[in-house]
Design a protein around this ligand. Structure first.
Ligand code: WT7
Length: 736
């Protein structure tokens, strides 16, 4: 996120045209006028700004407009959509999404609010998700590729899996899960796999039987997987022997052994481990198969060859999957997503925002182990009979030209990735895209704020100035997009996610539940005023936490059955520009967004405390050129213990208990933590030191001297204060 440093005596307020399309003549011109306010005025304004309304200063970017060729073919080119999905048509407007699916029984109630805020969508309806993603496409598309698998090794040719073959393989796997693993409708199954075709095949086989899958990102450690398996109550774990990462076939099965031990420690027995093999018939892991517990899926599948399993007709409200994500406590929470509402929402947004047509070649380079992969590699695209590419590896293997060679070879025309991947590819190969003959009509960025300069490289170099870009803001909890431009209808503005997508009504509140008006230039907490079909149903096993964390803050009447009383609190800071565009500033809680993935600072701190030498730990986010934010760790030691080797012990503990993605940038062993007189660790002060900000007034601390000591330790003798620090870093730890 680029926050433009202010000239010391000026505050910049930007004026906006009412509607981006009102000024035809100024298309692609910078339409924003800077109004400069002298210093006295600035002071006046500052006194009005309370803590929750920190003024945000950033330069408005010019609009970019979709090209006519794109508009001509777009699924959504009718501006009436705003009216159709307007508040007066809510919730019935979402019928349009429900009608994209094939129902065994049509629903009678679009939205049931009787158990607010546990919303129920398309109530009375019954359907099967695997039927909707596979079977129903056979009549027209059985010979079309559902997936094209691109392994990481470039010498291995891509493998296409047609809808017919997918149907076949999903049925066989469903037969195995039912008859060999003994799984029944409603059972949970933990899946710890990388991006290989066997992952969506397993997910769809679960959906066919009404099993609830819980896919754990392959890069998470065995222990992290075991903890999630225990929380979800899974007695079956599905894994793979190994997969390619940076050109090496890694041993992945070893994580399953650790997961089973950890799950058992947490009270959950895992009695079956089903092991896919990356190369059929040869075993990539050094860990032996455990007799009676571990089974090679390819061997067992032979007994189910050609079997068909009738899709189980499930209520719209039946849970489809759990996706664990980090929050403000040490324990990740299992976000429970439903069937009918979820599938309708991802199908609708895949059609309108991703602009997927059956004849497109669509590549979302995310990992299926995150929500983006569930919604926009597997369920949304398949509900639309798309061809979805599965890429196993890292974006820059063997070099930064790889994605563009894949795009050229497979004639990809829709591309979807994160700012972290874009920054990485830009840094490693800024001129690579030009060398390849591919043409995207549409590109997505998701997961973090994107700096305007990075956005422009994406647009001009990757998109060759031809592709429309959508910057989609949403979260694991949300099922699908919340804010994004409608690609053929709204102009793009680098660095801003844009207006809400159809049927979403956001609002920005300050800490006193007062609306922060569009164009005020002030930041606040972005909330969604209404329910939508993709919203998660609850936190697995913790209804109370669900209400407390997402709805309590701005709810005035906990007994209300009216959706208007239950704004959804997203946990992000945002600014609403006068043109209606939202700019997302980042988390307002103690969650760090590392490379587009959420990590709880509490989670990391509790890992640090498992290292025997550590007395206290505090984790803060620091800005990183590629990954956006990365964690830095501060620890103090128990009396009398030696400092030797502590940094490594902490890094190792984090890697084994969470995974490599959580690896800290630095570990600082400090003499003491800066603390309030009541003994609270001042994370805000530590974050200020790590990010070279002014530490502010520390004289009221219990131990003010330690601040300077730590500052010298971290920054050296000549401490530097930087001005252009992103807003989320400035606000980190403020609540404490
Ligand atoms: C957090 C959610 C949504 C799938 C991937 C991440 C941040 C997400 C954007 C965006 C700025 C964004 C928010 C959000 N975020 N998209 N387009 N612009 N920030 O899912 O792991 O649940 O993380 O990612 O801070 O709260 P997640």
């Amino acid at each position: 996120m680029a926050v433009v440093p202010l000239p010391p005596s000026f505050i910049i307020i930007t004026a906006h045209p009412e509607s981006p399309f009102d000024r035809e003549d100024e298309r692609n011109q910078n339409t924003m006028a800077d109004v400069r306010v002298p210093k006295e005025k600035e002071r006046e304004q500052e006194t009005e700004v309370n803590e929750a309304q920190i003024a945000v200063h950033w330069k408005e970017e010019q609009y970019y407009y979709p090209n006519p060729k794109f508009i001509g073919q777009a699924n959504l080119s009718d501006p009436d959509v705003n009216e159709r999905f307007g508040e007066k048509n809510f919730p019935e407007c979402f019928r349009e999404y429900g009608d994209l699916l094939t129902w065994d029984h049509y629903w009678h109630t679009t939205l049931d609010t009787s158990d607010a805020p546990f919303w129920k969508w398309f109530v009375g309806g019954k359907l099967n998700v695997s039927y909707n993603c596979v079977d129903r496409h056979l009549a027209k598309y059985k010979n079309k590729a559902a997936f094209i698998f691109v392994g990481e090794l470039e010498e291995d040719p891509p493998v296409a899996i047609t809808y017919q073959e997918l149907y076949h393989r999903v049925n066989e796997m469903a037969a195995l899960l039912r008859d060999f693993a003994g799984l029944k409708t409603g059972d949970r199954v933990t899946i710890h796999m990388p991006v290989v075709p066997e992952l969506p095949i397993t997910m769809l086989a679960c959906a066919r039987l009404g099993l609830i899958h819980s896919v754990v990102f392959g890069g998470f450690s065995g222990e992290a997987c075991g903890m999630r398996a225990a929380d979800s109550g899974s007695r079956v774990l599905i894994t793979i022997d190994g997969y390619y990462r940076n050109g090496t076939l890694t041993d992945h099965k070893e994580k399953a052994d650790l997961a089973v031990v950890l799950a058992e420690k947490e009270g959950q027995k895992v009695d079956k481990v089903l092991v896919w093999r990356r190369h059929r018939g040869s075993y990539a892991s050094a860990k032996p198969m455990v007799e009676g517990r571990d089974h090679f899926v390819d061997d067992v599948l032979k007994n189910y060859a050609g079997q068909k399993v009738a899709p189980v007709s499930m209520p719209s409200e039946a849970p489809l999957f759990l996706m664990y994500t980090s929050g403000t406590t040490g324990r990740p929470k299992g976000c429970q997503h439903g069937s009918g509402g979820y599938l309708a929402y991802v199908a609708g947004t895949s059609k309108y925002i991703q602009d997927i047509h059956p004849e497109d070649v669509y590549w979302c380079m995310a990992d299926i182990g995150w929500i983006t992969g569930h919604s926009y590699i597997v369920y949304g695209p398949l509900a639309l009979a798309a061809t979805s590419i599965l890429y196993e590896g890292v974006p820059n293997y063997p070099d930064a030209g790889r994605p563009w060679r894949v795009a050229q070879q497979l004639d990809v025309n829709i591309f979807h990735t994160s700012p972290t991947a874009i920054r990485l590819l830009r840094k490693a190969g800024p001129d690579e895209p030009k060398k390849y003959d591919y043409h995207f009509k549409h590109m997505t960025t998701v997961g973090e704020p994107i700096e305007p300069a990075v956005w422009k490289w994406y647009y001009e170099v990757v998109g060759k100035g031809e592709a429309v870009i959508v910057d989609t803001w949403w979260q694991t909890e949300n099922g699908g997009f919340l804010c994004s431009t409608k690609p053929a209808l709204d102009p793009m503005k680098p660095g801003s996610a844009g207006p809400p997508v159809p049927g979403i009504y956001p609002i920005i509140f300050d800490e006193h539940a007062q609306e922060v008006k569009a164009g005020s230039g002030k930041a606040g907490n972005i909330c969604i005023r209404n329910p939508w079909p993709g919203i998660f149903q609850t936190i697995w096993g913790d209804r109370e936490r669900f209400v407390r964390q997402y709805y309590q803050k701005y709810n005035k009447d906990p007994k209300s059955k009216d959706w208007r009383d239950w704004p959804y609190f997203a946990g992000d800071g945002a600014v609403h520009a006068a043109d209606g565009y939202f700019r997302i500033l980042g988390r307002v809680d103690d969650v760090i967004n590392v490379a587009g993935h959420r990590l709880g600072t509490k989670e990391l701190e509790s890992v640090c405390l498992t290292v025997s030498e550590i007395a206290e730990a505090a984790v803060v986010p620091v800005a990183d050129e590629v990954k956006g934010r990365v964690p830095e760790v501060y620890v103090s030691l128990k009396p009398g213990v030696s400092k030797a080797g502590v940094e490594k012990k902490i890094t190792d503990a984090i890697e084994t208990q969470i995974g490599k993605i959580a690896r800290p940038k630095k570990v600082h062993v400090v003499p003491d933590m800066p603390k309030t007189r009541s003994g609270k660790i001042m994370r805000r002060v530590l974050s200020a030191i790590s990010n070279h900000m002014d530490t502010g007034d520390v004289t009221t601390l219990a131990n003010p001297d330690v601040v300077e000591q730590i500052r010298v330790m971290v920054q050296g003798d000549k401490p530097v204060v930087k001005k252009d620090v992103p807003e989320d870093l400035k606000r980190f730890g403020e609540e404490q």
